[in-house]
Design a protein around this ligand. Structure first.
Ligand code: SAM
Length: 326
């Protein structure tokens, strides 16, 4: 079991399969983003070896992210190998959905269990403005294909950006009246590369909550207020789906954090919003054995920081969000 020095049991690993992406979302990366050469990224066999090591240390929940995980060559075979690894109980993916319509069925067959789509707007022109490329139609095709393939429940991640999509929180919330989906509103977080934009345009969960209640009626708290992962969950009256709020900036959930991250270049990232990392790929490539790699993972997890220091003005500057995976 991987414990940190605060007694938290860390058993959820989010793996960035690549830093490459087919979109350039304004809040995620600069428009002229330069991606790493493939040789610097973890290769399939390196990912599989690390997954085995993490699973052997009690990690049972895995999420594949990026960059954009679906642009990785051989993604279906990789998912099949990860899902077949002993100890992997839950395997999910976060995607922008653009390529997902063709992949939903093969990925479900390969063992993927669930998928979160990033979808900040229902308007095609705004989508293009926010993502700087890509088509909203393709994302919807991906969502519907995921439903058909049984990758349930569908979760939609909406980063709310003032002046771009803040007036869409009501239509997005309204989707839960007719679909059994979870629509999750995420406070925009500051990282390197686009920090000024992220800080100036942030909309708090409290403001989003108030806007939805004002238009659609009261939101009933679910789970007795207990977090579902990182989201506080609510429901509109007679809704089929639920609404989640991920308020990392204004109400961080560090006390209940169970997660660690593996960046596409093989660093164990201990907190999304702190710069602390342990390089696992260089020692792995240098021929270090499994027991030593296990020790490096456990030592790293032990030193996991308590949480972010955004309220003290500390912003992680060593990577942009797309390099970490969210
Ligand atoms: N390309 C995939 C996607 O679009 O879902 C996976 C990677 S993306 C970095 C993962 C999640 O991070 C997405 O839901 C995205 O909206 C979110 N995200 C990116 N930048 C963010 C920021 N500055 N603050 C909050 N969430 C952010």
């Amino acid at each position: 079991m991987a414990l940190d020095r605060f007694g938290r049991c860390i058993h959820y690993l989010r793996i960035s399969l690549t830093d490459h992406c087919n979109l350039r979302c304004m809040y995620c990366m600069p428009e002229e983003m330069v991606f790493r050469p493939n040789a610097e990224l973890m290769q399939d066999e390196e990912i599989i070896r690390l997954v085995r090591l993490f699973a052997g240390l009690g990690f049972d929940k895995f999420r594949l992210t990026g960059g954009e995980p679906t642009v990785r060559a051989g993604i279906v075979d990789l998912v099949a190998e990860i899902s077949a690894t002993p100890g992997v109980r839950s395997l999910s993916m976060t995607t922008n959905g653009v390529l997902f319509s063709r992949l939903a069925e093969p990925l479900a067959k390969a063992g993927l269990k669930r998928v979160n789509f990033s979808l900040d707007t229902l308007d095609a022109a705004r989508f293009r403005r926010l993502t700087r490329r890509g088509s909203l139609k393709d994302v919807w095709a991906g969502v519907h294909a995921a439903e058909k393939a049984g990758l349930l429940p569908i979760k939609l991640n909406c980063v709310v950006v003032r002046g771009y999509s803040d007036d869409e929180v009501v239509p997005l919330a309204r989707l839960t009246l007719e679909h059994p989906w979870q629509v999750r509103f995420i406070e925009m977080m500051p990282f390197a590369g686009t920090t000024d934009f992220q800080r100036a345009q942030v909309v708090t969960a409290e403001e989003i909550f108030a806007r939805i209640e004002a238009e659609l009626g009261s939101l009933d708290e679910l789970n007795g207020g207990k977090l579902d992962g990182e989201a506080r969950l609510y429901k509109l009256e007679n809704a089929m789906g639920t609404i989640g709020f991920i308020s990392t900036v204004t109400q961080p959930f560090c006390a209940t954090c169970t997660r660690a991250r593996l960046t596409a270049d093989g660093r164990l990232r201990l907190c999304l919003l702190r710069e602390d990392e342990v390089d696992l790929l260089a020692p792995l490539r240098a021929g270090v054995g499994d027991s030593e790699l296990r020790r490096m993972i456990l030592d790293g997890i032990w030193e996991k920081p308590w949480g972010n220091r955004l309220s003290e003005g500390e912003v992680p500057l060593n990577r942009v969000m797309s390099e970490i995976g969210g």
